[in-house]
Design a protein around this ligand. Structure first.
Ligand SMILES: Cc1ncc(COP(=O)(O)O)c(C=O)c1O
Length: 433
């Protein structure tokens, strides 16, 4: 591959301690970080500053859809940046229009708004809900327990987990949480102020829990009956991760209930980010046709959203996914990984308690009291388990206190999946012994 990117400055070649020192002096300590610093990556492998290689099954938390340093992304960035990086949304440009069209074709009749992150995409959906209900005095958005919707003030207010709210009260008004996959609870929670329901098709941070077909279809019917918007947060579970473009498409594909419906299931709004840019920061939300013009000129905006550079990359990610049939790969390699984890659960039930997920979004719940797990016992088991895997050259993503997630690149190869499972098996077997 042609070397487009200049060599990193010398600082990146410094040892880990020097880099950590720079962080501790200069970077807000809002993240609990692992003791790892990376200098580069290739495909599903990352290399730390000491030259050690890791198999990355975390994919930067479901972001690196094509792995690391994919030549098509590099080329799209270089080619587009030679032409036009940014114009502002005062003007039109072709990449934004083309990416919007491609996403509409993948979802259904509607329109797109482009922004820069998942939290910002959800903010847009909250504003859409408020605009929708405004003239009737409706503003409330119902979300679910254990959901995660981002770290802005409205994002943490929408999130159904107390830990993200702590210290930042009072919350933005107008959000209430009800148990996930519980249609009766959602119905009971609707008030005269309710304007919308927001759920993740597969809860991610909450521990990888897919919605049931009955829940999705029931919510659609409930929203139609009560004149509410049905909004899906697809930031983590979207973009082919489930083995279909949207997780609801995967969840409903064999549902008898869905085939009996006269019109196919569609939500009213979908937020996206993460894999949309394959690592280039971007977000978006789709709004179903009847509501697509609610956010009229002057009502919403963001300076960087949908820049020519971001959209050129977004288009390239979609092109590579289609050309290399990564939708099928996510399904097949995901199935292989999941059955491998289920096998671990069967062999070592005292270590692996539960395995859930679809495609390349898989979560495994650890037993609550792993006595042999090394590390600081005041730290969550999920992150101590991840550290143990790091020592063996494997990266996964913790969720909550006791769950680890696999959210790898959609082009993960079967041999790489096997390598990951072999490491996991060895580590789990040691903990079980
Ligand atoms: C379901 C979901 N929604 C929203 C977000 C927030 O996205 P971002 O971190 O890009 O703001 C995340 C991030 O993990 C997510 O998983």
């Amino acid at each position: 591959m042609k070397e487009f990117v200049p060599s990193p400055p010398p600082i990146v070649r410094n040892q880990f301690e020097t880099i950590r020192e720079l962080f501790s002096k200069n970077v807000v300590p809002s993240y609990g970080r692992f003791d790892l610093a990376f200098s580069h990556g290739a495909g599903s492998y990352l290399y730390d500053v000491n030259g050690r290689r890791y198999l990355d099954l975390g994919g930067g938390i479901a972001v690196c859809a094509l792995g690391h340093a994919h030549p098509a992304i590099t080329e799209a960035l270089v080619e587009q940046s030679r032409k036009l990086v940014h114009t502002s949304n005062y003007y039109y440009h072709e990449p934004q229009g083309r990416l919007a069209q491609a996403l509409v074709e993948l979802i259904g009749p509607g329109k797109l708004f482009f922004c820069n992150s998942g939290a910002e995409a959800n903010e847009g959906l909250f504003k859409l809900a408020r605009k929708f209900g405004h003239d009737e005095g409706r503003y409330e958005v119902l979300t679910t327990v254990d959901s995660f919707h981002g770290r802005t003030l409205a994002g943490i207010s929408a999130t159904g987990q107390d830990k993200v709210k702590k210290g930042f009260e009072p919350m933005v008004p107008g959000f209430r949480h009800v148990p996930y996959n519980d249609l009766a609870a959602m119905r009971a929670a609707i008030s005269p102020a309710t304007a919308a329901i927001l759920i993740e098709g597969i809860q991610g941070e909450g521990g990888v829990t897919p919605a049931t077909p009955e829940y999705l279809l029931g919510l659609r019917a409930l929203c139609d009956e009560k004149k509410l918007l049905l909004l899906l947060d697809s930031v983590q579970c979207g973009h082919f991760r489930s083995g279909r473009f949207q997780s609801y498409q995967r969840i409903l594909e064999n549902s008898e209930l869905e085939t009996r419906n006269s019109k196919p299931f569609l939500p009213d709004g979908i937020s996206m980010a993460k894999s949309l840019g394959g690592g280039f920061p971007m977000g978006a939300f789709w709004v179903r046709a009847p509501y697509a013009d609610l956010l009229s000129a002057g009502t919403h905006g963001t300076t960087y959203g949908g820049s020519p550079l971001a959209c050129a990359v977004g288009l390239k990610v979609l092109e590579v996914i289609a050309k290399e049939n990564l939708e099928a790969n996510a399904r097949e390699v995901g199935e292989y990984l999941k059955s491998g984890l289920l096998n671990l659960k069967q062999r070592f039930p005292n270590v692996v308690h539960e395995v859930r997920g679809l495609g390349l979004m898989i979560g495994a719940e650890l037993a609550p009291d792993l006595a042999k797990l090394p590390g600081d016992p005041t730290k969550a088991q999920a992150s101590r388990f991840a550290s143990l895997l790091h020592a063996e050259g494997l990266m996964v993503i913790p969720a909550g206190t006791n769950i680890f997630r696999l959210l790898p690149a959609l082009n993960l190869r079967p041999a790489e999946a096997k390598e990951g499972l072999d490491i996991l098996t060895a580590v789990v077997a040691k903990l079980a012994a």
